[in-house]
Design a protein around this ligand. Sequence first.
Ligand SMILES: Nc1ncnc2c1ncn2[C@@H]1O[C@H](COP(=O)(O)OP(=O)(O)OP(=O)(O)O)[C@@H](O)[C@H]1O
Length: 264
Amino acid sequence: MKQTTKHIIKTANLSIGYASKKEVNTIASNLNIELESGNLVCLLGKNGIGKSTLLRTLTKVQPVLEGEVFINDKKLEDLTNPDLAKTLSLVLTERLPDSSLTVYELVALGRQPFTNWIGYLTTNDLQIIQASFEQTNTQHLMQKKCFELSDGQLQKVMVARALAQNTPIIVLDEPTAHLDLHHTINTFTLLKKLAKDFNKTIIVSTHEINLALQIADELWLMSPSKFTAGKTEDLIENNNLNQLFDSKLISFNKSLKQFTINNS
Ligand SMILES: Nc1ncnc2c1ncn2[C@@H]1O[C@H](COP(=O)(O)OP(=O)(O)OP(=O)(O)O)[C@@H](O)[C@H]1O
């Protein structure tokens, strides 16, 4: 019997972008993505190419322009918000409105899709919250108010909140933009471990290209002319990375597996 591959995320002729009454601004079209669970995917592309737009579309934060998104073979548009909250968690770049919530309360809110209507936390919920703090090394921030956090601390706490949601899919938009090298590597290592050990599907947009090349199972490369998805080693082998930047300044060095500055 023919074995069919089950894709946790799939798109069919997806177009993403922005529609107003006056005009439609298509950012990318004809995206046919097929992703199996348990992979860490890094989404790469230059500023303004459409990474956030793609992540927001895949997670129903903004509508598709055309085509379909399927999560576990179900149409994204048919998933209710409670269903979606049990399936995927999202770490976006927008700063929270100043809130007097404590960090503990913010992370505990990640359990909301699973708690009853009064938000009663079970022993299991409390254990998951505790583990989320430990995995992100943010225990020392628990009692702080959210508005007291630095940008980098807040980013780590938002990852903890996503972990507390404990969903099979985690989508993160530039989660390390404010982190130093040590915390950036910590975060990527944690994401890799979650994919490998817990079969989570993790999609991260990032400008940390050299790190992504070392750690990602798959890359999604966005450039004005095309979208390329594939296994990291295959894309390196096929020189696909050069599509990212139309630049005389840098080029991808296949043997070093990184971008290097061109000699003038
Ligand atoms: N709310 C919006 N309405 C209209 N256009 C938008 C909106 N948000 C973003 N855009 C446009 O969509 C394009 C893609 O933006 P997007 O934020 O997805 O890029 P990005 O790859 O995430 O960029 P960066 O790496 O700089 O964060 C840009 O041209 C941007 O100006």
